[in-house]
Design a protein around this ligand. Structure first.
Ligand code: AGP
Length: 620
């Protein structure tokens, strides 16, 4: 996740710069490890980049004598800016955006990932192009430069045909002051329509203080923006006519991109979080590229056992990961609650890979468990969302999730990104150890790639029904969650979400275990939420649902589209799209997050800051 903004207009250059920095301030939630901006000044481009947050960028502008730039009389002010969340390449000034071509005439800022950047870089280098950063984004400026013959839109169009990935970028060329050209493929891009000036950004808040007239740019479209003109073309090159829409959010809503809470915004950001985490690590064929992690192939091929340590939601991600690793890579996996593991005098040592999952990278118990394992000789891998967090320092290798900053205390998008990261690890292990045949591996990779799109559809398709269910059950005193197999960690996570944000007691149980005790809790008023998505033991789950129904409980199921058997048994069925059953948790959790959310909101609760909880738990 990164934030991009561009400005073109008749205001003085000094104002242009101020507006770009103000825009970045509103986008900083998308990334904040480095930032930069560039603007056209006469016949050249001025560019300043800095490691750290925007204060550092402002200091760098001041140091460069560019904090009050003076433009050319009568010429439009044109600039682009970026706040970075590093994915490709370390946090360095060279890797910060904007990125230029070798001549410094083209400048671009990008959000997202170019999946085929390695092959593009190789082919550009073979043509004699010298790169100045480690980023995937830099290929864009070189491709545009290679195609440019005076028409920036045509050059962007041509460059775009060679890019694969999910990205949006804005480009400018020094010979064309007064023009910005941008495009998007999956990641967001909006145009702010002003009077004698226009903006392009990753999100509306970036320019909302200046204009509330907004044009949404669709996938594959290219938009060419001048101070007084906006031209959009579709992916087939045909012109697109679209009227701006008026945004009526207040300032607080703007921070949340129009959603009423951060939690709801983050629920909707989940497809993007998954796309960012997986897509460039799944190369075109069936191969999984985890070279950024820092574990060598020999080690991964020969390791003996995996132990996952984590807390709360991250522990649930570990439980899902266990199914994937054991099934696909046939390596034994233990999953432990970090606060228990560290005091158990565990048997661990060389040959074990200990995976500490922690979105914050600062959870005291998880860090302690990771340190203990490392001291005992195990190799420790951190799965975390936060660059430079303590977990990255207490480990031998790091697998980053790329969910972007999560503000809501209840984890949503970081959970799905953790699950996706565990799938990547499982698939890479299977690939190296040859435990899946190539056809199976390719099918799983294809299924995983399609998940962001299916998540988008699921959030849209289930929302209305979940609100209805939440209305009917918002005053319940207790919810039971039942699932088996890979559905069990989904239940555990769904139940944790409900209790965290609504304060309603919940229990999540392995459905086969229910008759050994929890069934005594049931009466006719108890809502029982069942995860009954397709799995090798769906029949058994259905039998367990019959058992609770026989006690009069009110059953709600999450099931796979087309699974009429489930709908015949339960009172209410929420369908999610079909996918390989190991991947189902990424879809099945969505209605459960939404259910928790709506129950809490109907009860008037603050879902972003539930009582007694903290986002980062640095005490044991
Ligand atoms: C999840 O909604 C909770 N906020 C909590 O369980 C959280 O997952 C747990 O504290 C672990 O945090 P971490 O991932 O930052 O280590």
């Amino acid at each position: 996740m990164c934030g991009i903004i561009g400005y073109v207009g008749h205001r003085p250059l000094e104002d242009c710069e101020r507006l770009l920095v103000a825009g970045l301030e509103k986008l900083e939630y998308r990334g904040y490890d480095s930032a930069g901006l560039a603007f056209i000044s006469g016949a050249s481009v001025e560019k300043v980049r800095a490691i750290g947050n925007l204060e550092q960028l402002k200091e760098a502008l001041h140091a460069a004598g560019l904090d009050h730039p003076v433009g050319e009389e009568g010429s439009a002010s044109t600039g682009i800016a970026h706040t970075r969340w590093a994915t490709h390449g370390r946090v360095t000034e060279e890797n910060a955006h904007p990125h230029s071509d070798a001549s410094g005439e083209v400048e671009i800022v990008m959000n997202g990932i170019i999946e085929n950047h390695t092959e593009l870089r190789r082919s550009l280098e073979a043509d004699g192009v010298a790169f100045s950063s480690e980023t995937d984004a830099e290929v864009i400026s070189h491709l545009i430069a290679a195609e440019f013959d005076g028409d920036l839109t045509a050059a962007v169009r041509a460059a775009n045909t060679r890019l694969r990935g999910h990205y949006s970028f804005v480009a400018m060329h020094v010979s064309l002051p007064g023009t910005l050209v941008a495009t998007r493929c999956e990641t967001p891009l909006v145009v702010g329509v002003g009077d004698g000036e226009n903006f392009i950004g990753s999100a509306i808040p970036a320019f909302m203080a200046e204009t509330r007239n907004v044009l949404e740019i669709e996938n594959g479209e290219i938009v060419t923006v001048g101070a007084d003109t906006i031209e959009i073309e579709a992916s087939d090159g045909s012109p697109v006519q679209r009227e701006p829409e008026l945004v009526t959010w207040d300032e607080e809503a703007a921070e949340k991109a129009g959603y009423e809470t951060f939690m709801m915004k983050e629920i909707h950001e989940q497809p993007e979080a998954i796309a960012e985490t997986i897509l460039d690590r799944l190369s075109g064929d069936a191969s999984i590229d985890l070279s950024d992690v820092g574990l060598d192939d020999d080690y991964l091929t020969n390791l003996r056992r995996i132990v996952v340590v984590a807390c709360g939601t991250s522990y649930h991600a570990g439980l899902v990961g266990r199914y994937a690793i054991e099934r696909w890579a046939r390596i034994p996996v233990e999953v432990d609650i970090a606060s228990e593991y560290r005091y158990r005098d565990p048997v661990v040592g060389p040959g074990d890979l200990v995976v500490g999952i922690t979105q914050s990278g600062e959870t005291a118990d998880t860090l302690a468990a990771m340190r203990l394992a490392r001291e005992a000789g195990a190799t420790v891998l951190a799965v975390t969302n936060i660059m430079g967090s303590q977990a990255t320092r207490d480990s031998d290798a790091v697998l980053y999730t790329r969910a972007g900053l999560e503000i809501g205390v209840a984890a949503t998008k970081t959970f799905v990104a953790q699950v996706a990261a565990m799938y990547l690890l499982a698939l890479r292990l299977a690939e190296l150890r040859g435990t899946l045949d190539p056809g199976e591996l390719a099918a799983l990779v294809a299924d995983l790639r399609s998940i962001p799109d299916k998540m988008d559809r699921t959030i849209d398709s289930v929302s209305e029904m979940v609100v209805e269910i939440a209305r009917r059950h918002a005053d319940q005193k207790f919810f039971l969650y039942l699932g088996r197999h890979i559905g069990l960690p989904v239940c555990l996570e769904g139940a944790l979400k409900l209790k965290e944000v609504s304060y309603i007691p919940t229990d999540a149980y392995a459905a086969g275990e229910m008759k050994h005790g929890p069934i005594a809790l049931l009466d006719e008023s108890t809502p029982v939420v069942c995860v009954a998505t397709d799995s090798p033991i769906l029949d058994k789950v259905l039998s367990n649902i019959e058992e609770v129904k026989a006690r009069g409980a009110d059953t709600i199921a999450v099931a796979t589209e087309g699974s009429d058997r489930v709908a015949e048994v339960v009172e209410e069925t929420i369908f999610v799209p079909e996918t390989d059953w190991v991947l189902q948790p990424l879809l099945a959790i969505l209605p459960l997050q939404l259910l928790a959310y709506h129950v809490a909101r109907i009860n008037g609760l603050n879902v972003d800051q539930p009582r007694n909880l903290a986002k980062t738990v640095t005490v044991e």
